[in-house]
Design a protein around this ligand. Structure first.
Ligand code: ADP
Length: 497
C-alpha cells in the first residue's frame, strides 16, 4: 500500500455522524457531520434508527470526498470510531434491523440488572469484564431485544440474526455483509467479553443466554476490518482501524504510557488512565476496560465519568441567562469574590458516588453572592469531580499525583481559567493539545498504523503537539482545604438527599 494519500476518519457519535479527511501529517482537510433523530419511546428509553445512522455516516463521507475533490482512490485507508455500548440486531439475509438501536443511555434493563446483583454476580462480572452491573453496557440490551421482539425471535430461529455495536453495524454494511467484526475496545463494553483472556466469555454468555454465533469476531484495533464496497464511494476503501470513542480519544491524545490520563470535557466528562498491560480491578467503583490492542501492545485503562460537565455552562447560559455564549463564562467567573459550593448533580453523580437519585445544589449563598460566584463555583465543581476521580486512581494504582499528566480536550478545555483551576485543585500538570479532535484522530492513527503510514505508536506520539500547559499555582495544603470543603458538601447532599 502506498504511504501517501489521505486518511478517512469515520466518527459515529451519539447525536451525529461525522467524517473527516486528513493528510498523513494528521492535518484535517475537511470534516462534516450530520445529526440524526433521537427516539425516546418510553421513560428512560433511548433509541436510534440504525438505517439513519448508516445514511448520515454515508452522507458525511460523501460530503468530505466531494468538498475536497479528493478521489476515493487517493484515500489510503479508513478508521472508525463510534458511540460505545449501543447495540443493533439485524437479519443477515435482508440486512434489515429487527429493532431500533438501543442506545448506551437507555435504562430499560435496570430491573434485570438488579436481579444479577441479587444473585451476587457483581464480583464475577467485574473480575472478567472490569465493569459494574449496569444497563449502560450492551449485554442486557441484546438480551432485551432477543426476548421481547418477535422479529428477533423468528430471525434467531432461522439462524439469521446478527448483533453488534455500532462499529459492527457499519463494518457489516460497508463490506456488504462480508465482515461481521468488532474490535477489543468495543467488545470490552458489552459485558460479555473477558478482558483478561481477550475472548467472548462462555460463562457470561450463559448468564445472559446469548449464543456466541450471533456476535461478531473480535479483532485488534489495528487490523483488517474488510473493504468498503466500491458501490458506496466509487472505489474500494480498506478499513484498518476501529476503537470505541473514549479509547480512540486516548489514542488520539497519544496516551500510550502507564499513568497517562486523557480527560474529555464535553457535555459530560470522560477520564481514562492508561494502566499499561495490567488489568486493575478497581476498588473505587471505576471501570476497567481495554485501552487498545495495537500490534503486540495490549494495554488496559481505568475509566471514570462525570455526568454533567458542559451542561453546567449550558444551564447558566440557557436557564439563568448569566451569559449569552459558553465562551463568556471565563470572563464572568474571573469577577468572583466569594466562595460558594455548586454541586451540579442534575442527573445524579457518577464515579465514585454512583448515585442517580441526588439532584443539584448551591450552598453558602449570602446577600452579596453574584452571578460570577455561581459561575466560578460551577467551573470549580468540574475540577473537584475530576479530583474525585483522581483520588480513585491513586487508590487503585500505586501511582502518586506527580506521576500523572492530564491531557485535556472537549469544548470546556478551551477555558483557560478552568484549566488552571483544574491543575490547582488536582495538583497535576494539565496539557492541552493543538489538535483537539482527539477521537477522530485516534481512528485515523489506528488506520494509518495498519497501512504503514505510521510505523508504530512512537510515530503517532510525535504528531501530538502542545497548545498550552498548566501547572499548579497553589500549595497542596490550599488545594486539600478547598477539596475537603467540596467533599463535606457532597457528603451532606448524599446523606440528606
Ligand atoms: P460534545 O462533544 O459532548 O457535544 P463539546 O466537546 O463540543 O461537547 O463541548 C461542548 C460543551 O462545552 C458545551 O456544554 C459548552 O457549554 C461547553 N463549553 C464550550 N465552550 C466553553 C468555554 N469556553 N468554557 C466552558 N465551557 C465551554
Amino acid at each position: 500500500m502506498s504511504l501517501d494519500g489521505y486518511l478517512l476518519s469515520i466518527d459515529q457519535g451519539t447525536t451525529s455522524s461525522r467524517a473527516l479527511i486528513l493528510d498523513i501529517q494528521g492535518n484535517i482537510i475537511s470534516q462534516k457531520n450530520f445529526e440524526f433523530k433521537q427516539y425516546f419511546p418510553n421513560d428512560g428509553w433511548v433509541e436510534h434508527d440504525p438505517i439513519e445512522i448508516l445514511k448520515t455516516t454515508q452522507d458525511a463521507i460523501n460530503f468530505v470526498i466531494r468538498e475536497t475533490n479528493i478521489s476515493p482512490k487517493d484515500i489510503n485507508i479508513a478508521g472508525i470510531t463510534n458511540q460505545r455500548e449501543t447495540v443493533v440486531a439485524w437479519n443477515k439475509i435482508t440486512g434489515k434491523p429487527v429493532y431500533n438501536a438501543i442506545v448506551w443511555q437507555d435504562r430499560r434493563t435496570e430491573n434485570f440488572c438488579e436481579t444479577l446483583r441479587e444473585k451476587n454476580l457483581t464480583k464475577l462480572i467485574q473480575s472478567k469484564t472490569g465493569l459494574i452491573i449496569d444497563p449502560y453496557f450492551s449485554a442486557t440490551k441484546i438480551k432485551w431485544i432477543i426476548e421481547n421482539i418477535e422479529e428477533a425471535k423468528k430471525t434467531i430461529h432461522e439462524n439469521n440474526l446478527l448483533v453488534g455495536t455500532i462499529d459492527s453495524w457499519l463494518v457489516w454494511n460497508f463490506t456488504k455483509g462480508e465482515c461481521h467484526y468488532t474490535d477489543v475496545t468495543n467488545a470490552s463494553r458489552t459485558m460479555l467479553y473477558n478482558i483478561n483472556e481477550d475472548c467472548w466469555d462462555d460463562e457470561l454468555l450463559n448468564i445472559f443466554n446469548i449464543n456466541k454465533n450471533i456476535l461478531p469476531d473480535v479483532k485488534n484495533c489495528v487490523d483488517d476490518f474488510g473493504t468498503i464496497d466500491s458501490s458506496f464511494f466509487g472505489e474500494k476503501i480498506s478499513i484498518g482501524g476501529v476503537a470505541g470513542d473514549q479509547q480512540a480519544a486516548t489514542i488520539g491524545q497519544a496516551c500510550f504510557k502507564e499513568g497517562m490520563v486523557k480527560s474529555t470535557y464535553g457535555t459530560g466528562c470522560f477520564l481514562l488512565m492508561n494502566t499499561g498491560n495490567k488489568f486493575i480491578e478497581s476498588e473505587s467503583k471505576l471501570l476497567s476496560t481495554k485501552a487498545y490492542n495495537i500490534f503486540d501492545k495490549r494495554d488496559f485503562a481505568l475509566e471514570g465519568s462525570i455526568f454533567n460537565a458542559g451542561t453546567v455552562v449550558q444551564w447558566m447560559r440557557d436557564e439563568m441567562n448569566f451569559i449569552n455564549d459558553a465562551s463568556k463564562v471565563e470572563e464572568l467567573a474571573n469577577n468572583s469574590t466569594n466562595e460558594i459550593q455548586f454541586i451540579p448533580a442534575f442527573t445524579g453523580l457518577g464515579a465514585p458516588y454512583w448515585n442517580s437519585d441526588v439532584r443539584g445544589q448551591i450552598t453558602g449563598i449570602t446577600r452579596d453572592t453574584s452571578k460570577a460566584d455561581i459561575a466560578m463555583a460551577a467551573l470549580k465543581s468540574i475540577c473537584y469531580q475530576t479530583r474525585d476521580l483522581i483520588e480513585c486512581l491513586l487508590k487503585d494504582t500505586e501511582l502518586k499525583s506527580n506521576d500523572f499528566t492530564i491531557r485535556v480536550d472537549g469544548g470546556m478545555s478551551k477555558n483557560n481559567l478552568m484549566m488552571q483551576l483544574l491543575s490547582d485543585i488536582t495538583q497535576i500538570r494539565i496539557e492541552r493539545p493543538l489538535n483537539q479532535e482527539s477521537t477522530a484522530m485516534g481512528a485515523a492513527y489506528l488506520a494509518g498504523m495498519k497501512s504503514g503510514v505510521y510505523k508504530d505508536v512512537a510515530e503517532v506520539e510525535k504528531l501530538w503537539k502542545t497548545d498550552r500547559k498548566f501547572e499548579p499555582t497553589i500549595s497542596l495544603d490550599e488545594a486539600d482545604q478547598q477539596y475537603n470543603r467540596w467533599l463535606k458538601t457532597v457528603k451532606g447532599l448524599i446523606n440528606n438527599g
